[in-house]
Ligand binder design. Structure first.
Ligand code: FAD
Length: 574
C-alpha cells in the first residue's frame, strides 16, 4: 500500500534485546535480508539491565558441573512444567553460546587461570553464572550489537509495532508507527520473530522499564497464536522498597550470590525457617514468599521489606563485585551498602509464560511466526532460575534466527491486502476522533493497582474473580479512551496501544491463575496450597476464539527415559 512507508525483509525481528540481536546475527549468517524493529533506542532493551550473569555449565570454577546438572536444576526450579527438550537444548548449548560471545569480544570477569569466572545463584547446584561484575547485560548487548551492526542488520528504532499482518493463515509482516513523528509504517516479511520481552508494567511494583507491556504476546495472540503458562509470573524477592520513587528497582540476586544475608526487623536470619538448606540461595519463588510472609506477619522493616546485608564483606570487594548496587543505593537511597543493610522487598520481574513455540525451531502456532526470549514460553516452567534468561536468549535467539531464515528461503513474499492496514490505521487514530472519553493514564493506574493487589504473589479464587471483573470493566473504559494533541511524540497516545496489550496479558494471567487450582513455582494459591499431581501433567493454553479469550489444557510433553533417569532422585521438587 503506497500510502504508507513500506520496508521489505526476508526476516523481520520485533525487539532488539539479547534474543532479537542473537536471532538477527544468525539469520544474517544464512544470507537473508534482516530488519530489527525496536520501541526504544537500540541498546536500551531489558537485556542491558541484566546484572547477575549468564548461566552456563562451563565448569570453570566447580569442575563437577555439566549440562546434566544444569538441566536437572532448571527442571527442578520449574517444578517440572518446563518443556524438557528446551531445558536440554539450553543446558547443552549455553556454554558454546557464551564462548562464542567471548570470541566476539565480550570481556568477562576472570578466574586466576584466565577462564571465565562463575558465581553462585539461587537454585543452581554449582557456581555457574558467567558475569561482568553486576553489569553482565551491558557487555552482552554491546557485543551482540557490535556484531549485528557490523554484519549489516537494518535497524528501525523508536518504532512500535501495533499489529502483525497476515496473508491467509500465514504471517506477512507487521504494522507500526514511528514514536517521534507518529507516522505509520508497514513491514513486509516472509518470517517474523517476536523478541519483545516481558509484561511487568501491568503491575505497580516492578523491576521492568516502560517498554514492557506484553506487546509481543498480545500481537501473537491477536494473530491467532497460542499463549501458554500465563499464570507463572516471577516476583523477584529483592527490589528496592525505599524511597517510594524507586520502589521496585532491582537489587540483583548477585548480592546474595556474593554472600548477602537476609534478616527481619528483629535481626533474625529468617530463611533458616523457610529453607534451612539453601537459605538465601533458595529459588526466587521461595525467597519472595518468605519476605512477603515476614512483612505480613509484622516482622518487616520500617518501609515494609526485609534487610539485605553484604556489609560484612570487605568494602573494596563489594565495590568491585557489585559496583552498580553500590552506586544505586548511595545515589537513590543514601545508603552505603559497604557499611549497612539495604531494605528490600518483592518486585514483579519476569514472565515465564508467553508464546507457545516448538523447542527446536522456536516456531509459534502460526505459519511464519517465531518467538524467542522472554516473550516465548517453555524453558523455565513454573519458575525461572536466575541467569537462565540470558542463556535462553542466546540459545533460542540463535535457533529462531536460523529457522526463520530457512522458512524465508523456502517461501515467496506474502501479499498484504490494504484493508488490514486501513483497519490498523483506524484503530490507532480512533482515540483522537472521540469528543469525549477517559485518559489512558488513569486506566493504566487502575490496572496496575488491580494486578498488584489481586494477582500478586499469593492468590485466591475470590481475588482472582474480582480481578477478572475489574479487567472486564477496564477493557470497557479502554474502548472509549481519548487522547489530545497531535501524533508528534505523544506518550498518551502511545500508552493507548500499550494498554491494550497489558489488558490482554493481564486477562490471560488472571484466567490461567484461576484455572490452576494448586500451588506450583511462582503460582501460589492460598486456597490450594499444595502441588497437585494432575496439574503437574498439564499446561493452560490461552487462545483467541471468535474474538474472545478462551482457555484450554494441553499435556506436559513426555520425557525420554534417559532424562527421566537424571531426575529420578528428585525429592527436592516437592
Ligand atoms: P528485552 O531485552 O526485554 O528486549 C525487548 C525488545 O523488544 C526491546 O528492544 C523493546 O524495545 C522491544 N519491543 C517491545 N515491544 C515492542 C513493540 N511493540 N514494537 C517494537 N519493539 C518492541 N536475566 C538473567 O539471566 N540474568 C540476569 O542477571 C538478569 N538481570 C536482570 C536485571 C533486571 C533489572 C531485569 C529487568 C531483568 C534481568 N534479567 C536477568 C532478565 C533478563 O534481562 C530479561 O529476561 C531478558 O533480557 C529479556 O530479553 P529479550 O531479548 O527477551 O527482551
Amino acid at each position: 500500500n503506497s500510502k504508507y512507508e513500506v520496508h521489505e525483509h526476508d526476516v523481520l525481528i520485533i525487539g532488539a534485546g539479547g534474543a532479537g540481536l542473537r536471532a538477527a546475527i544468525e539469520a544474517l549468517a544464512q544470507g537473508v535480508r534482516v530488519g530489527v524493529v525496536c520501541k526504544s533506542l537500540l541498546g536500551k532493551a531489558h537485556t542491558v539491565m541484566a546484572e547477575g550473569g549468564i548461566a552456563a555449565a562451563m565448569a570453570n570454577v566447580d569442575t563437577s558441573d555439566d549440562w546434566r546438572t544444569h538441566f536437572r536444576d532448571t527442571m527442578r526450579g520449574g517444578k517440572f512444567l518446563n518443556n524438557w527438550r528446551m531445558a536440554q537444548l539450553h543446558a547443552q548449548e549455553a556454554p558454546e553460546r557464551v564462548r562464542e560471545l567471548e570470541q566476539w569480544g565480550a570481556l568477562f570477569d576472570r578466574t586466576e587461570n584466565g577462564d571465565i569466572l562463575q558465581r553462585a545463584f539461587g537454585g543452581h547446584t554449582y557456581k555457574r553464572l558467567c558475569h561482568v561484575g553486576d553489569r553482565t547485560g551491558l557487555e552482552m548487548i554491546r557485543t551482540l550489537q557490535d556484531r549485528g551492526v557490523h554484519l549489516g542488520i537494518d535497524v528501525y528504532m523508536e518504532c512500535t509495532v501495533t499489529q502483525l499482518l497476515k496473508d491467509g493463515d500465514r504471517i506477512a509482516g507487521a504494522f507500526g508507527y514511528w514514536r517521534e513523528q507518529g507516522r505509520f509504517v508497514v513491514f513486509r516479511a516472509k518470517s517474523v520473530i517476536i523478541c519483545t520481552g516481558g509484561i511487568g508494567k501491568a503491575w505497580k511494583i516492578t523491576s521492568n522499564s516502560w517498554e514492557y507491556t506484553g506487546d509481543g504476546m498480545a500481537l501473537a495472540y491477536d494473530a491467532g497464536a497460542d499463549l501458554m503458562d500465563m499464570e507463572f509470573v516471577q516476583f523477584h524477592p529483592t527490589g528496592m522498597v525505599w524511597p517510594p520513587g524507586v520502589q521496585g528497582i532491582l537489587v540483583t540476586e548477585a548480592v546474595r550470590g556474593e554472600g548477602g544475608v537476609l534478616r527481619n526487623k528483629d535481626g533474625e536470619r529468617f530463611m533458616e525457617r523457610y529453607d534451612p538448606k539453601k537459605m538465601e540461595l533458595s529459588t526466587r519463588d521461595v525467597v519472595a514468599r518468605s519476605i512477603y510472609t515476614e512483612v505480613r506477619e509484622g516482622r518487616g522493616t520500617e518501609h515494609g521489606g526485609a534487610f539485605l546485608d553484604i556489609s560484612h564483606k570487605p568494602a573494596d570487594y563489594v565495590k568491585r563485585k557489585l559496583p552498580s548496587m553500590y552506586h544505586q543505593f548511595l545515589e537513590l537511597a543514601d545508603v552505603d551498602i559497604t557499611k549497612g543493610p539495604m531494605e528490600v522487598g518483592p518486585t514483579c520481574h519476569y514472565m515465564m509464560g508467553g508464546i507457545r513455540v516448538d523447542a527446536e525451531t522456536a516456531q509459534a502456532s502460526v505459519a511464519g511466526l517465531f518467538a524467542a526470549g522472554e516473550a516465548a514460553v517453555g524453558l523455565h516452567g513454573a519458575n525461572r532460575l536466575g541467569g537462565n534468561s540470558l542463556s535462553d536468549l542466546l540459545v533460542f535467539g540463535r535457533r529462531a534466527g536460523l529457522a526463520a531464515a530457512e522458512h524465508a528461503k523456502g517461501s515467496e513474499m506474502p501479499e498484504i491486502d490494504s484493508s488490514q492496514i486501513e483497519k490498523a490505521v483506524h484503530q490507532m487514530l480512533a482515540p483522537f476522533e472521540r469528543s469525549e472519553g477517559e485518559s489512558p493514564y488513569s486506566i493504566h493506574e487502575d490496572l496496575q493497582a488491580t494486578m498488584q493487589s489481586l494477582v500478586g504473589i499469593f492468590r485466591n479464587e475470590e481475588d482472582l474473580q474480582r480481578a477478572l471483573s475489574e479487567i472486564e470493566a477496564l477493557k470497557e473504559r479502554a474502548a472509549y479512551v481519548r487522547v489530545e494533541g497531535s501524533r508528534l511524540f505523544n506518550p498518551g497516545w502511545h500508552l493507548v496501544r500499550d494498554l491494550q496489550s497489558m489488558l490482554t496479558v493481564s486477562e490471560a494471567v488472571t484466567r490461567s491463575a484461576l484455572a490452576r487450582r494448586e500451588s506450583r513455582g511462582a503460582h501460589s494459591r492460598i486456597d490450594f496450597p499444595g502441588l497437585d499431581d494432575a496439574w503437574g501433567k498439564k499446561h493452560n493454553v490461552v487462545v483467541k476464539k471468535a474474538g474472545m479469550m478462551s482457555l484450554a489444557e494441553t499435556p506436559v510433553l513426555e520425557m525420554p527415559d534417559d532424562l527421566k533417569q537424571l531426575l529420578a532422585d528428585d525429592s527436592g521438587a516437592k
